[in-house]
Write a protein that binds this ligand. Structure first.
Ligand code: SF4
Length: 380
C-alpha cells in the first residue's frame, strides 16, 4: 500500500486517449500539456500543466487493485450483497470503480498513461510508477503514452532505455508535419530534425513508436511540401505506426486566424486526399503500418502495411478522386454525418437516397460543400 500525499483527491482520469486505447486502463501521471502552444489544438487551453506526485499515482493503482479484487470475488455473493458491495465501491471512488470495471472486461491487457506528455515527468518517477504498476498487475501486456519530440529530445538515451525496460512499450508522438515552415507556423515546438532525432531515439530504446501525421495542416499553400517532408521524416525514422489525423479547424483555434486573414487557404477534402497520395508515393524503404483510426479521416480504408499494401492504399485514395462531383458530395456528407463508414457503404442505394435528400433540403452544391464540411468538422 502506498502512502498518498495529503492533497490526494482520489483516482484521476484525464480528458483524452488515442482511439487505439479505448479498452486500456487510463492512469494519469500528469495533468494537461506542458507545451500547450500548438495553434491547431484547443484541448488543454487555459488548463495549467502539473505533474502528479508519484505516490498519488501509486495510490490510484492501490485503489484500482482494491476495486478489482472486490469485483473478481463478487460472483460468490448473493444478489443483495453484490448490490451492496457495488454501492460501497462506487461511493469510495467512482472513477476507480468505473476504470476497474472497464479494464476487467479487457483482461487487464493494456494501460495508457495520461495526459498529453507523460514523458515530461522525471524519468526516475516514471520508472517507479511503471515498476509499481507491473508489480501489482503482472498480466499487463502493453503500456503506452503520448509524448512529444521536444520532450524526448531532452531525455538521455540511457533513461529512455530504462523507461522501456521498466515496461513502457509504445510512445505516441504528434509529428503533424515534417515541413519546418508548417511546424513553425503552427508553433509545434519541434523541427523536422527534432522529430527525426527523437523518433530514432525512441526506436533505439526498443520502444514502439506511433507517429501522427495531420494532412491539411499546411493549407493549400504548403500541401506539397508538407506531404513530401513528412514522408521524408517518416522514411528517416521508420516508425512502427503512422497514424493519420486530418486537420479540423474550430473557430476558436489560433490557426483559424490564418484562414480569416488569408495567410493560409483551407484545404478541401479533395486536397487532403491528394496530399495523402503525394505522401504515400514518397514513402520508401520503411515497413511501418499506416493506421486511419479517427473519424475525421475521409478515407478509413487508407490503412495497411508498407511496402506491400502501398498500391492498395493508393487505390482507395484514387477511388475518391475519380468520383464525379455529385458522388463526391454524397460520399463526403455521408462520412461527415456518420451515415457512411466505408467505401462499400457508398454503394448502398438507400443510403445514397437519404444523403441526396439531405443535399436537396439544404441546397448543398459543389460551390458550398467545402463550407458545409468545415462546419460539420468544427463540431469535433
Ligand atoms: S503538444 Fe499536443 S496537446 Fe499539447 S498543445 Fe500541442 S497538440 Fe495540443
Amino acid at each position: 500500500m502506498t502512502k498518498q500525499s495529503s492533497g490526494y483527491m482520489g483516482y484521476e482520469i484525464g480528458p483524452i486517449r488515442p482511439p487505439s486505447e479505448a479498452r486500456s486502463l487510463l492512469l494519469r501521471v500528469s495533468r494537461n500539456c506542458p507545451w500547450n502552444n500548438c495553434r491547431f489544438c484547443g484541448l488543454y487551453k487555459d488548463k495549467p500543466f502539473s505533474i502528479r506526485k508519484p505516490q498519488d499515482v501509486m495510490a490510484d493503482i492501490d485503489q484500482l487493485k482494491k476495486m478489482i479484487t472486490a469485483l473478481e470475488g463478487i460472483s460468490t455473493y448473493s444478489q443483495e450483497d453484490k448490490q451492496k458491495i457495488i454501492s460501497e465501491l462506487y461511493e469510495q471512488d467512482a472513477n476507480a470503480y468505473h476504470m476497474a470495471l472497464t479494464w476487467k472486461q479487457s483482461n487487464y491487457a493494456s494501460v495508457f498513461l495520461q495526459d498529453a506528455d507523460s514523458l515530461a515527468i522525471k524519468p526516475t518517477h516514471l520508472i517507479q510508477i511503471l515498476e509499481y504498476l507491473k508489480s501489482q498487475f503482472p498480466e499487463i501486456q502493453r503500456i503506452t503514452a503520448y509524448s512529444s519530440s521536444r520532450t524526448i529530445k531532452r531525455i538521455s538515451g540511457d533513461d529512455l532505455n530504462k523507461i522501456g525496460s521498466a515496461g513502457l512499450n509504445r510512445i505516441h508522438i504528434g509529428m503533424e508535419s515534417g515541413c519546418n515552415e508548417v511546424l513553425d507556423n503552427v508553433a509545434k515546438g519541434a523541427t523536422y530534425e527534432d522529430h527525426v532525432a527523437s523518433g530514432r531515439k525512441i526506436k533505439a530504446a526498443g520502444i514502439e513508436l506511433s507517429e501522427y501525421y495531420m494532412p491539411g495542416l499546411g493549407g493549400k499553400e504548403k500541401l506539397q511540401e508538407s506531404a513530401i517532408d513528412t514522408a521524408l521524416a517518416m522514411n528517416a525514422i521508420n516508425p512502427d505506426f503512422i497514424r493519420i489525423r486530418t486537420l479540423a479547424v474550430g473557430k476558436k483555434l489560433l490557426i483559424a486566424k490564418d484562414y480569416q486573414d488569408g495567410t493560409r487557404t483551407r484545404t478541401t477534402d479533395e486536397d487532403v486526399v491528394k496530399e495523402l497520395l503525394i505522401f504515400l508515393e514518397k514513402l520508401e524503404g520503411i515497413d511501418s503500418t499506416i493506421v486511419s483510426d479517427h473519424f475525421l479521416n475521409l478515407i478509413p480504408e487508407f490503412e495497411g502495411k508498407l511496402p506491400e499494401d502501398k498500391e492498395k492504399m493508393a487505390n482507395h485514395l484514387k477511388w475518391f478522386l475519380e468520383l464525379d462531383e455529385t458522388q463526391k458530395m454524397i460520399y463526403q456528407l455521408g462520412r461527415r454525418t456518420g451515415r457512411i463508414h466505408s467505401q462499400k457503404d457508398f454503394y448502398n442505394q438507400a443510403l445514397q437516397k437519404q444523403i441526396t435528400q439531405l443535399i436537396d433540403e439544404h441546397r448543398i452544391n459543389p460551390d458550398n460543400i467545402h463550407q458545409v464540411i468545415n462546419q460539420l468538422m468544427r463540431g469535433v
